[in-house]
Design a protein. Structure first.
Length: 250
């Protein structure tokens, strides 16, 4: 079984990293490039950037941010938000990202998953699922659909997604722990890695998630103290979780 991954997630709005609770009450927490470098040096296995204003406000993808981040880090990173076509994905990947994340656009046009996977490989396609009350939400978690969460994860994987990024809207920013029941349901239903997101408040929460799935996103608990990531990593490992080696990073 692949080693567990610890992945800081940076929600970006208008070029700044923000954080909220259940996708609302956003507050500024820093510069994406500066934070990316902190996390890369501090032991992050990967990074995820989600431009959370791109889809609701019909904004362009943040190509310039991607270029700047690619210049300062060596770990893989994923970018999502506002990617509606193969051309949008191409811009992000050519700017330096390793993967793109699809959410609202994948639901509107499921064939897009397959098209991007054929162009860049399944490993370059992440389907992000914002889940609440058993159904998938779009537009940054603002709009509920009638599509059930687990079946959509299964379809996304079948269409070519290399990973599923599963966020519990109710747990997002709450620091009350991940939705382990939902995470386990999705992980058991698909044959691709599942990244748990929403609710990390402690090393114990992260360790609990990594016992049932492949990777865990963290946001609030690291954004308030980016230099504390190495300590969080050590705490998680002390709880029996084997994370990927840091490969010489300090």
């Amino acid at each position: 079984m692949p080693l567990a991954r610890l992945i800081p997630c940076l929600d970006v709005a208008r070029g700044r990293v923000v954080k909220g609770v259940s996708f609302v009450n956003l507050r500024d927490v820093g510069d994406p490039v500066e934070l990316a470098q902190y996390y890369s040096d501090g032991g992050a296995d990967e990074l995820v950037f989600l431009d959370i204003m791109a889809t609701p406000d019909d904004e362009d993808t943040m190509v310039h941010v991607v270029e700047r981040v690619a210049d300062v880090i060596e770990i893989p990173f994923t970018v999502g938000g506002g990617i509606r076509s193969v051309q949008d994905a191409s811009k992000i990947i050519e700017a330096g990202a390793d993967r793109v994340s699809l959410n609202s656009a994948a639901l509107a046009t499921p064939e897009l998953i397959t098209e991007i996977a054929r162009r860049f490989g399944s490993q370059a396609v992440v389907v992000a699922i914002d889940a609440g009350k058993g159904v998938v939400h779009t537009h940054g978690g603002r709009v509920a659909t009638d599509i059930a969460t687990v079946p959509w994860a299964v379809e996304a994987a079948a269409r070519g997604a290399g990973e599923i990024l599963l966020t519990s809207i109710a747990r997002d920013g709450s620091r009350s722990g991940f939705d382990l029941t939902l995470t386990r349901q999705v992980r058991d239903a698909v044959d691709v890695p599942v990244i748990a997101s929403g609710g990390a408040g402690s090393a114990e929460h992260v360790a609990d998630a990594l016992r049932v799935t492949d990777a865990a996103l963290v946001a609030s608990i690291v954004h308030e103290n980016p230099a504390g990531l190495p300590g969080l990593r050590r705490e998680i490992e002390a709880l029996g979780i084997v994370l990927r080696p840091m490969k010489g990073r300090t």
